[in-house]
Design a protein around this ligand. Structure first.
Ligand SMILES: Nc1ncnc2c1ncn2[C@@H]1O[C@H](COP(=O)(O)OP(=O)(O)OP(=O)(O)O)[C@@H](O)[C@H]1O
Length: 225
């Protein structure tokens, strides 16, 4: 995906936040977006998803899915109800049992959901609830999937399940906002975009990232976020 000459001004703001921003989001792989709090990562994600009016060109136009930081949650319902809510419309099924679930979700998701299937949300930990929703939404097929800090507040063991599901859809283009350098190692190829001072200061692939000196400005920035 090519982003060219992107200009964006927040409503009622006097100065533009992004001016003439151009960068590439290689398709069919994971792109990590890093930057300090307030750098504009969520604003940029919103723009790429067409949720904020902007000037500039995004090509090609991709179907998209946005897993934002505040996933909604009805605490009184069961995991099976949440699956029905998220997948019912997508699959056109009126009833979703564990047997039918097996035909519409991938293996890691089925393995994670099976022991939780009849539990109420309130019986789950915060991390488990988050992962239930992330995994179910990731069953919905879209070309561009944006995840805003999906690994915040979840254990590494659970993050590994999320990564397995992401890897099982290599045809997708992912943009993942993260503050956790450990997330990168889960993917064979990736690009890291560093957002600072209202610009993409660096875009680095896995080889360059692994070769980067700990003293480089880019690596220092990652350690600071
Ligand atoms: N309506 C607005 N007008 C002007 N500035 C705004 C407006 N809304 C947000 N901002 C500013 O835009 C900047 C970018 O916010 P954004 O939420 O995109 O950052 P972020 O990198 O996602 O941060 P975090 O890591 O904390 O989630 C922030 O400094 C914020 O104060």
């Amino acid at each position: 995906m090519k982003i060219r000459h992107l200009n964006y001004t927040f409503p009622r703001a006097k100065q533009p936040f992004f001016t003439d921003l151009s960068f590439d989001l290689p398709e069919h792989q994971v792109n990590f977006l890093i930057g300090q709090n307030g750098a504009g990562k969520t604003a940029l994600a919103d723009i790429l998803l067409g949720l904020r009016p902007f000037k500039g060109a995004l090509t090609p136009s991709l179907t998209s899915l946005y897993l934002n930081q505040q996933l909604p949650m009805l605490t009184s319902i069961r995991v099976s109800d949440v699956a029905m809510l998220i997948l019912g419309i997508e699959t056109g099924q009126r009833h979703l049992t564990l047997e039918t679930l097996a035909t519409v979700v991938d293996g890691p998701t089925l393995a994670f959901l099976t022991p939780l299937w009849s539990k109420h949300y309130r019986e789950l930990s915060g991390g488990q609830r988050k992962l239930v929703q992330l995994l179910l939404f990731l069953q919905v097929d879209r070309e561009l999937v944006v995840l805003d800090e999906p690994t915040a507040m979840i254990e590494r063991e659970h993050a590994a399940i999320l990564f397995a599901v992401m890897r099982s859809h290599p045809e997708r283009t992912y943009l993942m906002i993260t503050h956790d350098v450990r997330d990168l190692a889960a993917f064979p190829t990736y690009q890291v975009l560093w957002l600072a001072d209202h610009q993409i200061k660096a875009s680095v692939d896995r080889t360059a990232f692994e070769a980067a000196s700990p003293d480089s400005p880019f690596m220092r920035a990652f350690q600071a976020i």
